[in-house]
Design a protein around this ligand. Structure first.
Ligand code: HEC
Length: 132
């Protein structure tokens, strides 16, 4: 008699705990995802890259640069290999495009582009660094 009562009680206990267990797992998974998202990550959208490509085509950049061959300036694919795509490098290279400069790839200087604003220059850089 006692044994017959114990079996359904154990079954009920298992059934009651299983969803709690699964739910607990799901909750844990969600928490991990949230933490991952909270880590600041560089976001580059396809639209920004496309816009950067258009801005670059409109400027004089292609007179000195090619995508995969060194011209007067380095190939953009080499620039993309040298600099990982992140916020610090967007700022660094955007300011280089605006101010010009030399000494990183050789002694030939890059002309300044004062007419390009920082936001547009960063989009151009995002496009260049996507060529890796
Ligand atoms: C007069 C030729 C010339 C023009 C025009 C030019 N560049 Fe350059 N660019 C260079 C040279 C030369 C270098 C290498 C400079 C160095 O060694 O520091 C360079 C370097 C760069 C780099 C790498 C910078 C670094 O510090 O590693 C980027 C990015 C770049 N150019 C983008 C552009 C963009 C975008 C444009 C158009 C808005 C442009 N360049 C127009 C000649 C030019």
């Amino acid at each position: 008699m006692k044994r017959n009562l114990m079996i359904p009680l154990i079954v009920i206990a298992i059934l009651a705990w299983t969803p709690a267990f699964i739910f607990g797992q799901t909750k844990q998974k969600k928490a991990t995802t949230i933490v991952k998202k909270a880590v600041p990550k560089t976001v580059v959208t396809a639209a920004q890259i496309e816009e950067g490509k258009g801005l670059l085509a409109k400027s004089d950049c292609m007179a000195c640069h090619k995508t995969d061959v060194k011209l007067i300036g380095p190939a953009y694919s080499d620039v993309a290999k040298k600099y990982p795509s992140n916020e610090a490098n967007y700022n660094l290279l955007a300011s280089k495009i605006i101010k010009g400069g030399s000494g990183v790839w050789g002694q030939i200087p890059m002309s300044p582009h004062a007419a390009i604003n920082i936001a547009d220059a960063k989009k151009i850089v995002k496009y260049i660094l996507s060529l890796n």
